[in-house]
Every structure is written in C-alpha cells, then in structure tokens.
Design a protein. Structure first.
Length: 178
C-alpha cells in the first residue's frame, strides 16, 4: 500500500466541498494512511454539496491551533468556496499551511483551496491550477496559473474541481509513495 503508515492532515472548516474531502480521504484510507481532520471549528463541521446544499456533518479530530505540522506526512486542502474563504482568514490555518509548505512534504490543494496559498505568501513562482475564478488571484500573487486537471510543482499538487479528483488523488498517492 502506497500510503501505509503515513499520517495525513486534512485542513478544512465549515462549508468544505464534501466530495473534495471524502474522495481523497477514501483513497488515502484505502491505501493504508491515517487521516486526521484539522480545523478551527469544533467538535463538528458542516460540509456542503456545491455552495448551496448542506452535505454531511464531520467530526473534527484536532484544532488547528493545537496541530503540529511536523506530525504529518502530507497535507490536503479540500475546496469549497465558504471553506476556502474562511480558512484564509484564520491566522492559525495560514501559519500551519506556510510552515507545512516550507517543510517540503506533499501539499495537495483543490478547487478554491489555493486561496490559502496566496494568503500564506507561498504562491509566487509556483505553477498552479485551481477553480477558474481564482485564476487572477493566483496570477496577481505571482503564480503561473494553468488550466489543467492536476499540476505538480515540487511538493505542491493542485487541481481545478471535483471532476479532477481521480487525477488529484492519484498524484497525492504517488507523492506519498515516493
């Protein structure tokens, strides 16, 4: 199993796009990883299906204020407009992402999640993709934005939307297996 013995943090908050949490989590769990939901919210958070329909409620395993980036082999940043917008305004979440990116370990961000990369000051000089509406935000932050289903730039994996989840999950599993 490619991810056997690996511990992966999922950083998210209320409004997360449910399938962008559940699909990578199922892929990682199926490959032997241990997944942990890290969030500013507690003890639970509401996921969304798109921007308007409520999805399931998920248990938060650990507060981002108490989380140590060194404890994880990879970081997954699911999207969802509300989730991504809220996370980029949370100082602890931004600090967690910034420290994690600097560690060189895999970070996978999908859809609206790359907004936090801008806030953390780590988008400049990186080749990234995202949901189309973030193109100008990422370019203005100095990123080389491209419209591709998955982009791997060093330790950073990005994808555009839920339609790219197979490629996103595959790139994440490949990064963990190296």
């Amino acid at each position: 199993m490619a991810a056997s013995g690996k511990k992966v943090a999922f950083l998210l908050t209320k409004g997360v796009e449910q399938v962008e949490l559940t699909s990578p989590r199922e892929a990682l769990d199926g490959a032997g990883a241990t997944t942990v939901i890290v969030s500013p919210e507690s003890p639970t958070l509401q996921a969304m299906q798109g921007d308007w329909e409520h999805g399931d409620v998920f248990h938060v395993d650990l507060s981002v204020a108490d989380a140590n980036p060194a404890d994880y082999d990879a970081l997954v940043l699911p999207g969802g407009t509300l989730n991504a917008d809220s996370l980029r305004l949370d100082e602890n979440a931004v600090a967690f992402v910034k420290e994690y990116i600097a560690s060189g370990r895999p970070v996978a961000a999908i859809c609206h999640a790359p907004w936090i990369l801008v806030q953390a000051g780590v988008a400049s000089g990186r080749r990234l993709t995202s949901y189309a509406s973030l193109e100008h935000d990422l370019r203005n932050a100095g990123a080389d934005w491209v419209d591709e289903e998955v982009v791997v730039d060093g330790n950073l994996i990005t994808s555009r939307n839920p339609g790219d989840l197979d490629a996103f999950n595959g790139a994440l599993l490949e990064a963990l297996g190296e």
